[in-house]
Design a protein around this ligand. Sequence first.
Ligand code: ITT
Ligand code: MG
Length: 212
Amino acid sequence: MRRGETVVVATKNAGKVREFAHAFGKLGMEVVSMFDYPDLPDVVEDGVTFAENARKKAREVAEALGMPVLADDSGLEVAALGGDPGVYSARYSGEGATDARNNEKLLRELARVSNGGESAERLSDGTKLLSEARFVCTLALYDPATGTFTESEGYVSGSIMESPRGESGFGYDPLFWVNSESKGMAEMTKEEKQAIGHRGRALADLLQKLEV
Ligand SMILES: O=P(O)(O)OP(=O)(O)OP(=O)(O)OC[C@H]1O[C@@H](n2cnc3c(O)ncnc32)[C@H](O)[C@@H]1O
Ligand SMILES: [Mg+2]
């Protein structure tokens, strides 16, 4: 992976594509995704860790295309739910899961374990924080010419809010409060999210390993 080149990202998540396009765009690199290769078969994400799934997505697509491919496997770990939804974040609400349904399920599950949340911390406007949580992102770049992986990971800690705020980002961002920034993840610009977020941190680590 070099400056000026095109990066193939093995993702069908439009939110991830936007974030990678922003980050790589600053390096003069264009991003293409699985939206540009609609005929490639879906990769079955049956790994039990983020890293396993990232490696599988990168390798299968790289072998199909005969070129290096980057994959991202990520998710949300919620302390009060014992680390759920974790690697199941995309499919949390079951068949036909959407971001909206996943967020609803997250609030439902937290309501079940919180005893009404009377002892919960609150933001200055009274919004309850239901649990500590963190986003995880693992990245894997696979080069079929050499059969090698380059991998990295990134994390960001925060709390789950009882109600959504902000319009940017995707997935669980509207319910994620970033303690260190005193802001909701969906209230941040792409630039801000890249600077402090799990994906931005994992990408910075990967680029350093690749000496890009
Ligand atoms: O596998 P691909 O095609 O990349 O797309 P996906 O959406 O299925 O992605 P994952 O398998 O990695 O599942 C990650 C889920 O975790 C959530 N997630 C990951 N990164 C996030 C972020 O930056 N902000 C909010 N939610 C995120 C989101 O709901 C994703 O669907
Ligand atoms: Mg997926």
